[in-house]
Structures are given as C-alpha cells and as structure tokens.
Ligand binder design. Structure first.
Ligand SMILES: [Zn+2]
Length: 414
C-alpha cells in the first residue's frame, strides 16, 4: 500500500489508488484521499510540495509557487476586522507571491502533473481558455509534463506562458467552449491520454486545499470563517477536506470553518439551490443566467459537483455558512477597495469573494473579532507582465468540431 488510500464518499469503501476518477463499484460519489500521515508537518522547502504528505503524489517538483497567507493591515482596517487573513495565489512580489500564472489553478496543476507522471507519463487533456488553461500551460512549461489543450478559436491568443515548451500542444476548435470540450473528450479516450478530471481529480482538490494548509502553518489554527467565490464549488469542498485533515492532526481543535461561498449574478445556480435548501439542482437555478453578463466569467460552471456525495452540498452542510449572490457592481467596488489596499490587480473571481466578505460584514454575519480567511484566488496579471516577457502559445492546428479521429491522431503523432 502507498502513502494514501482512496475512500469512496458514497459507499465508504477504502482502496488503493488505481488512478481512476470514480469508485470501482460504480458509485457516483467523489473519492477522497486518506493519508497515512495524520500529523500536519510541512517540509522545510518553499512551494506547495512542502505539503507533500497530504498530496496524492509520489513525484514532486521544485517550485516556489504556493498560496501565501498574510494580513492586509489596510484591508482589515477598511472592513473593521481584527483577525482577517488573506490567502493569495498569484504574482505579487512584495508579498512573496510567485505563482506566475496568477491563479490558484496552478496549485491544481502541479500535483496533477506529478500524479500523471506517477501513472507513467500520461498526456493530460483539457479544454479551457481561461485560468485553468493558463495555469496548466505554465506548469507544463516548467515541469515538462505533457498536455493537449483544446481552445475555442475565439480565445486563441489568450493563452500565454513565460517560456515556450514542446510539452504543450494547443489545438484551436472552431465553435464555442462546448465544441472544444467535445473534442477534448474524444482525445482523452486515446491511448496514453487522460482527462484532467475536474473536481473528481483528487490532485486538483488537494492542491487547492493547500491554501487552508498554508493558513494553518502561518496562523496556527483553522479559521472561524472562510470566504471564496466558486464556479464548480470545488474550492469549498477542498477547504472542508483540508480542515478535516487538520482536525485529524489533533492540534487544531475540532471545529470546521464556516464556508462563505459566492457566485456572480446573474449566473448563481448553486447559491440558488443552497438558499432554497435543496440538494438537487433544478433548471430554474440556471434561469436568467446569461454568462455573457457575468463579470467573473470563470465562475460559470454548468455542471458543478453540487449534489454528488462528498460534493458542495455536503461540504456546506458539514460546515454551515452562507452562499451569496454578488452583483457586478459589488465585485467592481470590491476590486477598487482591494487596489486601494494592495498593489496587485485581483482576478474578477477574487473580487467577488471580497465583495461577499464586505456584504457579510455589513449584514453582521461576521463579527469584528472572528478569525477570517479570505481566499483571493488570483491576482497580479498586471504585475507579471512587468517582470516577464509573456509568450503566446500558437495552435498547432485549427479544426472543425467534427474533425475525424484520424486527423486528431495525426496532429498528435499517435
Ligand atoms: Zn463506492
């Protein structure tokens, strides 16, 4: 047996990691890693692999990239909170934040490539044009982990890295994001290729959970309240799972943090389902959810792991908390507030998280003295451009969505 087992969140069975994304018994619930090491004992290195014992990997990479936890004196004063901490993943040298792709998705990418290397060097397949693609491209360039990215043709040019790399193959797909996903699904079925797995990938979830671990290392405790804006909600699940591990250590008390999750109007399906007290999501939750009107468009996931065992509903039920629906105006006003306090442009999603904290303070959901962790999931794209020459990744081919498998194989040399 390895250093961790997997536990099915539907049936509770425990088994060895066969690198599947689903339970061998066919249950639909998420799998969760159960680490042999119960003590929280970060290693002495920089970068997120200091949390190696609680990442589902055997390989690791040297990197400085890690969430950074700090107190923003100005923001605390602005909000009237005495024990506010910011967890930031991004590029912000003054605060020692060195995640070049400027997004917490980088914390998902590193352990995912390590896990793919553990599996014998499979090629990762994903469809994205946003933060996820940028993070997985950057980490591919740094680690040599191979990836194939399907990008909607309209988004070509948005994919940039600090250094070009042979390990990345980008393919532009004519059509929209759904067309890119459909092609990615086909490529992921080829021998030697695997999908990145989304919320079902324990490496992504436990990588995302490192912000909670970094908080525990810095502040020596579990926060009373945790704020994050969510698209798939996986960040909420990760915060819950990381907190459970900290509780299992025995030195951090036994109280889970309250989860204050947020989405951006008009696309707020999970917030609606939760606030209506439903485990099931219904079509009305998506009604009026025009994604083109959403400031933080990375928050517009259409198939979030909400109802699934071990998913967002279970995380919220275990932790308590709130799910807020934030307007674009609130997000933009929070962005301004952040920029008056700190010198790195936040991602729109991070601004939504801050807006939800502003609102919670206003509504008295958070008290002046409670320990709050605000997860700023991305920042510093303005700053990284000052320090690095970004290289655009040009697509190897431009394809129709119905391109034949043979054509795909020949582009990928398989
Ligand atoms: Zn099962």
């Amino acid at each position: 047996m390895g250093e961790y087992d997997l536990v099915c969140q539907t049936g509770g069975e425990v088994f060895e990691d066969g690198y599947d994304f689903s339970c061998p018994s066919g249950h639909k619930g998420l799998l969760r890693a159960r680490y042999r090491e119960k003590r929280f004992a970060p290693r002495g290195c920089a970068g997120l692999f200091k949390f190696y014992d609680w990442l589902p990997v055997r390989s690791s990479y040297e990197t400085e990239s890690c969430p950074v936890v700090f107190r923003s004196e100005r923001l605390s004063k602005e909000l009237g909170l005495r024990d506010l901490w910011v967890g930031l993943t991004g590029y912000y040298p003054e605060r020692n934040c060195k995640s070049i792709s400027c997004s917490f998705k980088e914390m998902e990418a590193y352990p995912t490539y390590a896990r793919f290397r553990d599996m014998g060097g499979k090629t990762l397949v994903l469809a994205s044009a946003g933060n996820t693609a940028r993070a997985f491209a950057q980490v591919s360039a740094e680690t040599g982990g191979r990836c194939v990215m399907m990008v909607p043709e309209s988004s070509v040019g948005r994919l940039t890295v600090t250094e070009p790399s042979d390990s990345i193959t980008a393919i532009a797909v004519k059509g929209d994001y759904a067309d890119a996903i459909a092609v990615a699904d086909r490529v992921a079925g080829f021998d030697g290729f695997l999908p990145e797995g989304g919320a079902r990938n324990i490496a992504r979830r436990d990588g995302m959970g490192t912000v909670m671990l970094q908080f525990a290392q810095t502040a020596g405790r579990i926060p009373d309240s945790y704020f994050q804006a969510v698209g798939s909600g996986t960040g909420g699940i990760s915060a819950w799972e990381a907190s459970l591990r900290l509780i299992g250590d025995g030195g951090f008390g036994d109280r889970l943090p309250r989860l204050h999750l947020s989405q951006n109007l008009p696309f707020v399906p999970m917030a609606r389902a939760w606030n209506a007290g439903r485990r099931e999501m219904v079509p009305e939750d998506y009604a009026g959810g025009d994604v083109s009107q959403v400031y933080a468009d990375v928050l517009t996931n259409r198939r979030p792991p909400y109802a699934v065992d071990g998913g967002v509903f279970d995380a919220m039920s275990a932790c308590g908390g709130s799910f807020s629906e934030i307007t674009n105006a609130e997000a933009k006003s929070a962005e301004k507030m952040w920029l008056q306090c700190e010198n790195a442009l936040p991602d729109p999603a991070a601004s939504v998280a801050l807006a939800s904290l502003v609102r919670a303070v206003g509504e008295g959901l958070v008290s002046e003295g409670e320990c709050v962790l605000l997860n700023m999931t991305g920042a510093g794209r303005d700053r990284v451009r000052e320090d690095y020459d970004m290289v655009e990744i040009s697509p190897k081919a431009v394809l129709e969505p119905d391109a034949a498998d043979d054509e795909l194989r020949s582009i990928l040399d398989v």
